[in-house]
Design a binder for this molecule. Structure first.
Ligand SMILES: [Zn+2]
Ligand SMILES: [Zn+2]
Length: 115
């Protein structure tokens, strides 16, 4: 039992050693595929949410984002939350929220939409 298991380990090791090129190539290919999949997903998100990306970039560029959360005054991980994407060029189209208040805000939006 033990001997055969050891044999297997040795055989695997030998295989890996002999086929190092092949194994590495397979690893590289998998990595490459994952990378492509991630960037594909990212592109889909950007295409779907083009208006959001544009609005977020605009808010950043023109300094709509304040230096603290407008709900709790936290200065951690601030986002610009858009209330009105149509009027994204207006500084009043949204507010600065920390990541926690931002999540809460979106939850209430979802809940109120459902009811
Ligand atoms: Zn907050
Ligand atoms: Zn938001």
């Amino acid at each position: 039992m033990v001997v055969s298991r050891e044999k297997n380990v040795i055989r695997d090791r030998l295989y890996n050693h002999k086929n190092r090129e092949k194994v590495n190539k397979r690893k590289r290919e998998r990595y490459q595929r994952d990378k492509e999949e991630i960037s594909r997903q990212h592109k889909i998100y950007k295409d779907k949410n083009r208006h959001k990306v544009k609005a977020q970039n605009y808010a950043m560029r023109y300094g709509f984002k304040k230096d603290k959360c407008e709900e709790c005054s936290s200065k951690d991980k601030l986002n610009f939350h858009h209330i009105d994407y149509e009027n994204y060029k207006n500084p009043k189209c949204g507010m600065t929220l920390c990541i926690d208040c931002h999540k809460k805000d979106h939850r209430t939006v979802i809940v109120s939409n459902e009811s």
